[in-house]
Design a protein around this ligand. Structure first.
Ligand SMILES: Cc1cc2nc3c(=O)[nH]c(=O)nc-3n(C[C@H](O)[C@H](O)[C@H](O)COP(=O)(O)OP(=O)(O)OC[C@H]3O[C@@H](n4cnc5c(N)ncnc54)[C@H](O)[C@@H]3O)c2cc1C
Length: 473
C-alpha cells in the first residue's frame, strides 16, 4: 500500500502514512479496501448509478469494535467520513470522494423475539433481510415499499410505507438504538437513556452518530391482500379526485399509494397495456382476509382498466418492485410533503405525470396519515406530522445519456407542484439541495437538532448526510 492522499473534514487533502493505515487495517476484523484492492470497485458502488465517487479507504465493518476503531481513526486523522448502510440513498450520501467510508453492509445480524414481538437489527441489513426474519413468526416491522432499501438510512430519516397508516412511521416503532458517537463512545438511546439522542435519531438522519443496531417493535402482519389497480390517463383527474377522499377516510387497514407509471411489458399485465403510461394505486390491506372483498368493493366500483389484487405474503408485496428497479440505474428525484390535493394541483399532476420522460420514471404519493399523524410534531425530530402524503417525482433510467432528461423532468414537475406542498420534503427523498431545504424539512425542530448536534458531534464529523450543522465549529 502506498501513501494515500485523503480528504480532511475541511475539504483539504492530507497524506496518510502507510504505517498508520497498516495499523488501522490490522485493528479491524473486516477488510480495509483502498483503490488498488480487488473488492474496491464493487464496494464503492451505490444504488444510484448517477453517483460515481472514489473514497480513499473503505472500512468494511463486521462488528461494533470495527466501527469504534474506524471512528477513532477518522477523528484522530481529521478525515472526511461517509457512513454506509445499504447504499440506497438517492443523493448517494453513503459514499464520498477521497475520504473514509465506514461501511456497515457486512453487519447482517438479526434476532427476533417472537414473544415480545421485537426484532434487533444490525446496521447493514436491508428491509428484505428483516422481512425474511420476521415473516416466519407472522410479524413485520413498518418500513417502505421495496425490499432492497437499507434499514439504517430509511429508519433514521423516518421511514414510511405500506404499514404507515396502521402502525406509524418506522421511527414510531423504534424502541432503542445502539450508537457509536463521534468521540468513539458507545451508547444506547431509548426512552430512558440518552433521551435527547433518541429524539434526534428519529428523523434527524445520520447526523448524531453511527447506529450499530436498532430494536424495533414488530406487528402481526403476515398475509396481506394487495396489488395494483390501473386506470387510463383520460381518467386520471377523476381517479385522483376520488382517491384524495377515499384514502383519507378509509380504515387504517387500507393503504394505497398513487402513481403515474408505465406498464411493464410482461405478465401479469395484458398485452394491450404493455408500455402504456397510466395512473394507478398500489394497495395493501392488512385487515381480516374475510373482509377484504368488501373492503375493495368501492375500489372495484371505480372501474379500473386492470387489477391484480389478491392475497400474498407480506414479503412478496415488499419485493414486488425489486426486479424492475435493480441497483445501478440513474436516479434523480425531488419530493415534498403534501397536505391537500387541490383541483389545481391535480391538473398539474395530470399534465406532468402524463409526460414521464423514460420508461421507469414515476410519481408517487405515499399516504402518511393515520397512526403517523397521531404522533406529535415535537415528539420526534420528524416534523411534518400533519402532512397527509409524502410526494416524490422520480426520474429513473438505465442510460447515463438520459440523466439530463430525467433530471429536468423531475425539477420541472416539482417546481410546478411545490407551491401546493407543505414547503418541506421527506429527508430521504432529497438530493443535495442545500441548507434551506434541510431546515425546511425540520421546521420548528431544527434548533433543537442543532443543540443536540452541538452536544454529540460538535466538529461535524458526521457531515456526509442531509447535514444539521453544529454552531460549535
Ligand atoms: C428504490 C427506492 C425505494 C425507496 N422507498 C422508500 C420507501 O418506501 N419509504 C421510505 O421511507 N424511503 C424509501 N426510500 C428512501 C430510503 O429511505 C433512503 O434512500 C435511505 O437513505 C436508504 O437507506 P440506506 O441505509 O440504504 O442508505 P445509505 O446510502 O447507506 O445511507 C443513507 C444515509 O444514512 C446514513 N447512514 C446509513 N447507515 C447509517 C448508520 N448505521 N448510522 C448512521 N447513519 C447511517 C448515511 O450516512 C447517509 O447519510 C427508497 C429509496 C429507493 C432508492
Amino acid at each position: 500500500m502506498v501513501n494515500l492522499h485523503i480528504a480532511t473534514i475541511t475539504g483539504e487533502k492530507t497524506v496518510l502514512e502507510q504505517a498508520a493505515v497498516e495499523t488501522f487495517k490490522s485493528s479491524l476484523h473486516g477488510e480495509l479496501l483502498s483503490p488498488e484492492d480487488a473488492g474496491y470497485e464493487n464496494a464503492r458502488k451505490v444504488y444510484n448509478g448517477m453517483i460515481d465517487r472514489y473514497p480513499c479507504l473503505i472500512a468494511r465493518c463486521t462488528d461494533v469494535a470495527d466501527i469504534i476503531v474506524a471512528v477513532n481513526f477518522a477523528r484522530e486523522n481529521n478525515l472526511l467520513v461517509a457512513v454506509r448502510g445499504s447504499g440506497h440513498n438517492g443523493a448517494g450520501l453513503g459514499i464520498c470522494n477521497d475520504g473514509l467510508v465506514i461501511d456497515l453492509s457486512p453487519m447482517k445480524g438479526i434476532r427476533v423475539d417472537p414473544v415480545a414481538r421485537t426484532v434487533r437489527v444490525e446496521g447493514g441489513c436491508t428491509w428484505g433481510d428483516v422481512d425474511h426474519a420476521t415473516h416466519v413468526f407472522g410479524l413485520a416491522v413498518p418500513s417502505g415499499i421495496i425490499s432492497t432499501t437499507g434499514v439504517a438510512g430509511l429508519t433514521l430519516g423516518g421511514g414510511h410505507g405500506y404499514l404507515t397508516r396502521k402502525y406509524g412511521l418506522t421511527i414510531d416503532n423504534l424502541l432503542e438504538a445502539d450508537v457509536v458517537l463521534a468521540d468513539g463512545r458507545f451508547v444506547t438511546a431509548n426512552a430512558h437513556e440518552n433521551q435527547d439522542l433518541f429524539w434526534a435519531i428519529r428523523g434527524g438522519g445520520g447526523n448524531f452518530g453511527i447506529v450499530t443496531s436498532f430494536l424495533f417493535q414488530a406487528h402481526p402482519v403476515s398475509t396481506v391482500y394487495a396489488g395494483p389497480t390501473l386506470w387510463t390517463l383520460d381518467q386520471a383527474t377523476e381517479v385522483m379526485r376520488w382517491y384524495r377522499e377515499f384514502i383519507l377516510n378509509a380504515p387504517e387497514d387500507m393503504y394505497g399509494f398513487f402513481a403515474f407509471l408505465n406498464v411493464p411489458p410482461g405478465p401479469p399485465f395484458p398485452e394491450h397495456l404493455h408500455t402504456k403510461t397510466m395512473c394507478g394505486i398500489i394497495w395493501c390491506y392488512t385487515g381480516s382476509l374475510e373482509k377484504a372483498e368488501e373492503a375493495f368493493r368501492p375500489i372495484r366500483n371505480f372501474a379500473p382498466a386492470f387489477e391484480h389484487i389478491g392475497s400474498m405474503p407480506y414479503p412478496a408485496l415488499q419485493s414486488m418492485f425489486d426486479p424492475l428497479l435493480p441497483s445501478g440505474l440513474q436516479w434523480y428525484w425531488k419530493g415534498d410533503f403534501v397536505n391537500q390535493l387541490s383541483d389545481e394541483a391535480i391538473a398539474l399532476h395530470v399534465k406532468y405525470g402524463s409526460q414521464l420522460p423514460s420508461f421507469l420514471s414515476t410519481m408517487h404519493l405515499y399516504p402518511i396519515d393515520g397512526a403517523a399523524n397521531r404522533v406529535g410534531s415535537k415528539d420526534t425530530a420528524f416534523n411534518f406530522r400533519e402532512a397527509k402524503w409524502s410526494m416524490i417525482m422520480a426520474g429513473i433510467d438505465p442510460d447515463p445519456a438520459n440523466a439530463e432528461k430525467i433530471t429536468t423532468w423531475s425539477k420541472e414537475y416539482w417546481n410546478a407542484l411545490h407551491p401546493y406542498s407543505c414547503g418541506g420534503a421527506y429527508v430521504n427523498f432529497m438530493m443535495e439541495e442545500g441548507q434551506e431545504r434541510v431546515q425546511a424539512t425540520y421546521g420548528d425542530n431544527y434548533e433543537r437538532l442543532v443543540a443536540i448536534k452541538n452536544k454529540y458531534d460538535p466538529t461535524n464529523l458526521f457531515r456526509v448526510n442531509q447535514n444539521i450543522k453544529p454552531t460549535t465549529t
